[in-house]
Write a protein that binds this ligand. Structure first.
Ligand SMILES: NC(=O)c1ccc[n+]([C@@H]2O[C@H](COP(=O)([O-])OP(=O)(O)OC[C@H]3O[C@@H](n4cnc5c(N)ncnc54)[C@H](OP(=O)(O)O)[C@@H]3O)[C@@H](O)[C@H]2O)c1
Length: 305
C-alpha cells in the first residue's frame, strides 16, 4: 500500500467544501505533521504514534540534534541505526521524516521553521492523492515548551523571585511561538479543508502548578487561543484542541519527580509519554472533536477546565 492513499477534501466548484468520508484507521494516511519538541518525551512518543497512522513527520528540535537524528532514522525505517529500544510492535512503518532546528523563543527562527518544513513538504510525493492541490503541514502539534525558572508551586512560591524578563521569555516560547506557527499553518489547512491543531497545555493552567505563574499562565493562555480558533475554523475542516498532562515521566521536564507527588495521583503512578501521545492521536483522527482540552493526569484534577 502506498504511503499516501487517502483522498483529500477538494470541494465541488461553487459549493462549500465538504469533509471527506474517511476510512476508519486511515484518517491521517499521507498527511504531514509538524511536532515541535519532538526530541522530548511527549513529542517523540507522538511522532511514533502519528507515524504509525501514516503521517510524514517533521521532527522539530532545539538543542538535541542527536535525538532528532535518531528519531528520523527510526521513522524512516532504519531501526538498527536509530539505537531505538522500542519494541518492534511499537515501531512505525517507514514514513518520510526530517529533522528541523529552531529556538521557539526566536520568532524569526519560528518563521524559518515553517518555511523549511513547507518547502520539504512540497517535495514529498502525493502518492496518488490527486485531490491534493498543494502539500503542506496538515497536523500541527504545538508541544515544545520551556518551564523558565522554577520559583515554586501555587501556595508556596514567591512572586518577587520571578523577573519580568523570565516571564516574557516563557510566554514568547510557549504562547507566542504556538500562536505564530498556528497562524502560519492555517492558510494551507483552510485551502485543503483539513487541519488538526493541537496545543500541549498542562494541568498547571488550571491549578497554578509547581513551576511558577509564568509557566502556568503561558499554558492557560493557550486555552483562550484555542477557544477563539476552534469555532472560527470549524467549517473550514479544522479542529483545534489541547492536551493537558500532569506528572509525565521519561521526559526531561519531569526527569526526577518527588516520590511524594505520586500520592497526588489517584491511579497511584506517574504518566507515560505514550499515554499523552494516544490522546493527541485521538484529537488528530477525530473530526467531530474540537474546542476541547483533554486532561491526562491520572485523575489528579476534576477536568473542570
Ligand atoms: N512532563 C510533564 O510532566 C508535563 C506536564 C505538563 C505539561 N507538559 C508539557 O508537555 C510538553 C512536552 O514536554 P515534555 O514533558 O516532553 O518535556 P521534555 O522531554 O523536556 O521536552 C521538551 C521539548 O521542548 C523542546 N524545547 C525546549 N526549549 C525549547 C526552545 N527554546 N525552543 C524550541 N524547543 C524547545 C526540547 O528540545 P531539545 O531537547 O531539542 O532542546 C524538547 O524537545 C511541553 O509543552 C510541556 O509543557 C509536560
Amino acid at each position: 500500500m502506498s504511503w499516501f492513499a487517502q483522498g483529500s477534501s477538494a470541494g465541488e466548484s461553487g459549493e462549500a467544501p465538504v469533509a471527506p468520508a474517511v476510512t476508519p484507521g486511515r484518517e491521517l494516511q499521507g498527511r504531514i505533521a509538524l511536532i515541535t519538541g519532538s526530541t522530548g518525551g511527549i513529542g517523540r512518543a507522538t511522532a511514533v504514534a502519528l507515524a504509525r497512522r501514516g503521517c510524514a513527520i517533521a521532527v522539530h528540535y532545539h538543542t538535541a540534534r542527536d535525538k532528532a537524528d535518531a528519531l528520523v532514522l527510526l521513522l524512516t525505517g532504519d531501526r538498527a541505526s536509530s539505537g531505538s529500544a522500542d519494541q518492534p510492535s511499537q515501531v512505525p512503518v517507514p514514513v518520510p521524516a526530517r529533522a528541523f532546528q529552531a529556538d521557539l523563543g526566536d520568532y524569526d527562527a519560528v518563521r524559518r521553521l515553517h518555511a523549511e518544513v513547507t518547502s520539504w513538504a512540497k517535495n514529498l510525493s502525493t502518492h496518488g492523492n490527486e485531490g491534493v492541490q498543494e502539500r503542506g503541514i496538515d497536523v500541527l502539534f504545538n508541544n515544545g515548551a520551556v518551564t523558565g525558572p522554577r520559583i515554586g508551586g501555587a501556595g508556596s512560591g514567591n512572586i518577587e523571585d520571578l523577573s519580568i524578563e523570565a516571564f516574557e521569555s516563557t510566554w514568547r516560547a510557549n504562547v507566542g511561538a504556538s500562536f505564530l506557527l498556528t497562524q502560519l499553518c492555517i492558510p494551507h489547512m483552510v485551502q485543503q479543508h483539513f487541519g488538526r491543531i493541537i496545543f500541549c497545555s498542562s494541568v498547571a493552567a488550571a491549578t497554578g502548578g509547581v513551576v511558577g505563574p509564568h509557566y502556568a499562565s503561558s499554558k492557560s493562555a493557550l486555552h483562550g487561543l484555542l477557544h477563539w480558533l476552534a469555532p472560527r475554523y470549524a467549517r473550514d475542516g479544522l479542529t483545534v484542541n489541547a492536551v493537558a498532562p500532569a506528572l509525565i515521566i521519561e521526559t526531561e521536564m519531569n526527569k526526577d519527580p518527588s516520590p511524594e507527588w505520586r500520592n497526588l495521583i489517584p491511579v497511584g503512578r506517574f504518566g507515560m509519554p505514550a499515554e499523552v501521545a494516544a490522546c493527541v492521536e485521538l484529537l488528530a483522527t477525530n473530526g467531530y472533536m474540537t474546542n476541547k482540552i483533554l486532561v491526562v493526569d491520572g485523575g489528579a484534577t476534576s477536568s473542570a477546565f
